[in-house]
Design a protein. Structure first.
Length: 530
């Protein structure tokens, strides 16, 4: 993962301007542990070295790099969507086109462009980062394409509850092209949906909206492992798992709509139209169908000895599709390195690796811990290494891991580390600590999504320190999320109230608690920091 330096030109481009928008379109192990205390017999795979001296735990860390979006501040679109810009304000900003809305003739042929969905220039879509541009005078059908990097000047408007910018073709300048952000993964479709209710003669949007729907309005999102639950909501729309309506504003889905049709994923823009939040795919390619027979064949291929290393094995382990004690072989990318330390807390060898499926953006169940029996030389592996692993799947005190040794790890090259999964609510992956005499201990309740993201690279935003000392070098941030020193001891200030724009790390399970383990000080970005 490349470390991104803040670009002065980019900051100018997304600096604070005013903004407005209006539109008459529908708005639209045996890991000897992640830490169970076995009388502290220097277990070689103990993921939590206990040390009461915070001052002396000055570990010289390897230079881990931040994700591509780490230095990208909130842009004008986010400020608008968060209510920080007044209605009817004129604004200017740069963005990338993520979807196009066309006028059509009676035969449904595109005749003109009437609007765009656009995003801030990011690697991965995040809450509040998308908005609709209504083109008052329309544009020629081929004048713009998805992926166009444009600069616009327009007026911020609200249209029946949907934020938009009103522009003209003359107020849009092509800058070039840019990568469209990876879609934001929505774990639970119901959180961005408006359930429809039966009116007797048809279906109508209900009064309740998913709790995260406003955050993702006009943002490109993706839902996974869903199926059709209602084939006809009327006006060309149908429904998926979680009461999520699929809309035809951008594209009419031309394939089977039978109830029970399954999809590995559905991608699209979350729009707000006719009193309902709906996902609006951009083409049939935004639907990845799930073929049970093909999936079964794929599983069989995973057992083919002709392929030394397989893809998707981590997810199969983490979702219970592979029995414990099975021999496994798979490819992965290193997301974090765990070291054995000497008395001065300097790394002397590698005792484990956190690894991920090779994917653009981290997803639930796509990370796992690899315990390296017998250790490996301190410089043997780094974050971003593409490796093949042969080992045995184990569970150790509630934590999934693969036990191997250095001779069964094959270096393949290097590859991009997945962008961290954004966790909007830290409490959903946290184990709150409770008072224990003069100290603190993990409570018995875990966040509902903790297991999904175990050993996955994640990120939380807009958090602050709420407890400066949970003991053993750990502290707590917003949402009762413990910050752990398993991988790296944070050397910055731990004063209660210190605020962070974001904190990145591996979600580990250690000593009966889910904890976020940063990999270096660079994984904690203080407000106002570099």
């Amino acid at each position: 993962m490349k470390k991104v330096l803040k670009s002065l030109l980019f900051l100018i481009a997304i600096g604070v301007f005013a903004l407005t928008f209006s539109c008459n379109t529908t708005r639209s192990s045996d890991n000897k542990d992640n830490g169970e205390d076995k009388n502290n017999e220097q277990d070689q795979n103990d993921l939590d070295i206990e040390n009461d001296s915070e001052e002396t735990n000055d570990i010289e860390e390897p230079d881990f790099e931040k994700s591509d979006d780490d230095d990208v501040p909130e842009g004008m679109i986010t400020k608008i969507q968060k209510g920080e810009v007044a209605l009817n304000t004129e604004v200017t900003f740069e963005c990338v086109i993520t979807a196009i809305v066309y006028d059509q003739d009676k035969d449904f042929n595109n005749t003109a462009i009437k609007g765009f969905y656009v995003s801030e220039l990011l690697t991965t879509a995040r809450p509040y980062s998308g908005i609709y541009l209504f083109v008052r005078d329309t544009a020629e059908v081929e004048a713009f394409n998805m992926g166009d990097h444009i600069e616009i000047t327009g007026v911020y408007k609200k249209y029946y509850g949907s934020s938009q910018i009103e522009v003209t073709t003359s107020s849009i300048t092509k800058v070039g092209t840019a990568d469209i952000p990876q879609p934001a993964l929505i774990d639970d479709p119901s959180k961005v949906a408006t359930p429809f209710v039966d009116t007797g003669s048809g279906w109508s949007p209900g009064m309740e909206h998913g709790e995260d729907s406003d955050k993702y309005q006009s943002v490109m999102i993706k839902v996974t492992d869903v199926e059709i639950t209602n084939s006809n909501l009327g006006h060309g729309a149908f429904e998926l798992t979680g009461n999520l309506a699929v809309d035809k504003q951008i594209h009419y889905y031309s394939r089977s709509r039978n109830v029970g049709e399954k999809f590995k994923s559905v991608t699209g823009i979350l729009i707000y139209a006719y009193d309902a939040y709906r996902i609006a795919p951009r083409s049939d390619d935004d639907f990845v169908e799930k073929d049970d027979e093909t999936d079964d064949e794929s599983d069989d291929e995973d057992n083919d000895d002709d392929d030394q290393f397989k893809a998707g094995v981590i997810e199969k382990i983490r979702t219970g599709k592979i029995p414990e004690n099975s021999d496994v072989s798979f490819e992965a990318v290193v997301t974090g390195v765990l070291y054995n330390l000497d008395d001065q807390f300097d790394p002397v060898s590698i005792r484990g690796l956190y690894v991920s499926e090779i994917i653009p953006v981290a997803l639930p169940y796509t990370g796992i811990y690899v315990f390296v029996s017998g250790t490996a030389p301190v410089d043997e592996y780094s974050v971003g290494d593409h490796i093949g692993i042969e080992g045995k799947y184990k569970e150790f005190y509630g934590s999934s891991q693969v036990e191997t040794n250095n001779s069964k790890i094959t270096g393949i090259g290097t590859t991009d580390v997945p962008q961290p999964a954004l966790i909007a609510d830290p409490s959903k992956i946290a184990t709150p600590f409770v008072p224990d005499g003069d100290g603190w201990k993990p409570g018995s309740i875990h966040g509902e999504d903790g297991d999904k993201y175990q050993s996955v690279l994640i990120k939380v935003e807009d958090v602050a320190i709420t407890n400066s000392n949970l003991g053993h070098g750990n502290f707590e941030i917003t949402g009762n999320l413990a910050i752990d020193k398993t991988i790296h001891y944070y050397t910055g200030s731990r004063t209660v109230g210190i605020e962070f724009e974001e904190v990145t790390g591996i979600l580990i399970y250690s000593y009966s608690a889910f904890r976020l383990a940063p990999r270096s000080d660079d994984d904690l970005i203080e407000n106002g920091g570099e």
